[in-house]
Every structure is written in C-alpha cells, then in structure tokens.
Design a protein around this ligand. Structure first.
Ligand code: S3P
Length: 180
C-alpha cells in the first residue's frame, strides 16, 4: 500500500486533468474532492455556494477529507481552497505526499477565463476582476500551498500533450510513491 498523494494548488492549475493521468501512470485510484462532495451531497459545488454558502461547503470539504485522507493507493485532486482552511494543509502533509502545482496569476487567470462558469468564486467576474482576484487570493494562499513536500512549476504545461508528458515525468519523481 502506498501513501496517498494530494495535489494542491489554485483553480485552473491542472490538478484534475494531470491527477487523472498521474493515477493512470501509477495504476492508483483517482479521487477529485469536488466531484466526491457533489456526489455525496447530491448537489453541484456551484449550487452549494449559492444556496448554503461557502462556510457550509468548507465544512463539507473537511468532513469528507478527514474520511478519505487515510486512503492509500490514491491520487487526490483537492479543491483550490481546501488546504487553506483551518488546519487542512497540516493534516494532508501528515497523511500523505503533498504536491503543489505552482503557476503565476497571469497564466491561471487566462486559463480560468475559459472555464469560469462552473466555479462559484469567479463565475461573474470580468477579465480584469478575475486577474485581480487571482493575484489577491493566490498571495494569501501561496504560503500554505508552499508547505507541500513536492513543488512543480506548471506555467509551461499548456496542452494535453504537455500534461501527459508531465504526468509521466511526475510518476517517476523520487519520493512521490512512498510505501506506508
Ligand atoms: C475553490 C476551488 C474549486 C472548488 C470551489 C472553490 C476555491 O476547486 O472547490 O469552487 O476556493 O479555490 P478547483 O480548484 O478544483 O477548481
């Protein structure tokens, strides 16, 4: 059994797409925490934010993560805000291998512009507002993401081919696959 791998980072950093490919390369299970929460509570994240509010969503993230955290042989793509609330990052670092996909606010904002509809925290923002939000929020979150054991710059990973090659490279990274 291998320790779980937790991918952390801002929205749009590729945790889900690269995570799925990484899990395939390593022949491990893949869990996207947002999708898991949507299935468990039978509600889309965007609707949870609108109807219940962010705090309820954050509590659900924590409950679900505490439940899943000790699950070995799994690659987790965590929601962008998940490690940044309460003591979640500390718990993730204790439970498994944490990996931060680091990117600049400019690259993230440009990527998010193309897929902001399903994301409650940015769906109504204009291009300029999105960049400002990304800069401001990333500045607050970066010190927490930086606590990850493994850090990778993903600014250049900008195509499905580059994602596949990166996932392959990541799967061979020393110290990522750790026996429990
Ligand atoms: C959020 C990121 C989203 C999702 C929710 C809030 C955030 O996950 O959990 O919309 O606060 O950064 P992704 O990082 O998978 O988009």
């Amino acid at each position: 059994m291998y320790r779980p791998i937790f991918l952390v980072g801002f929205m749009g950093s590729g945790k889900s797409t690269i995570g799925r490919r990484l899990a395939e390369c390593l022949q491990l299970r893949f869990i996207d925490t947002d999708t898991f929460i949507e299935t468990r509570f039978r509600q889309r994240v965007v609707d949870m934010f609108a109807r219940e509010g962010e705090e309820v969503f954050r509590r659900r993230e924590r409950v679900v993560m505490q439940e899943l955290m000790s699950m070995g042989d799994t690659v987790f793509a965590t929601g962008g805000g998940l490690p940044c609330h309460l003591d979640m990052m500390e718990l993730l670092c204790q439970a498994g291998e944490t990996v931060y996909f680091r990117s600049s606010p400019e690259v993230l904002a440009a990527r998010l512009e193309l897929c902001k509809r399903t994301r409650p925290t940015i769906q109504d923002k204009s291009g300029a507002e999105l960049l400002e939000f990304t800069q401001r929020t990333l500045e607050l979150r970066e010190p927490i993401y930086m606590q990850a054991r493994h850090i990778f710059d993903i600014d250049e990973i900008d195509s499905p081919e580059a994602e596949a090659a990166f996932a392959q490279r990541l799967s061979q990274h020393p110290g990522l696959l750790v026996q429990e």
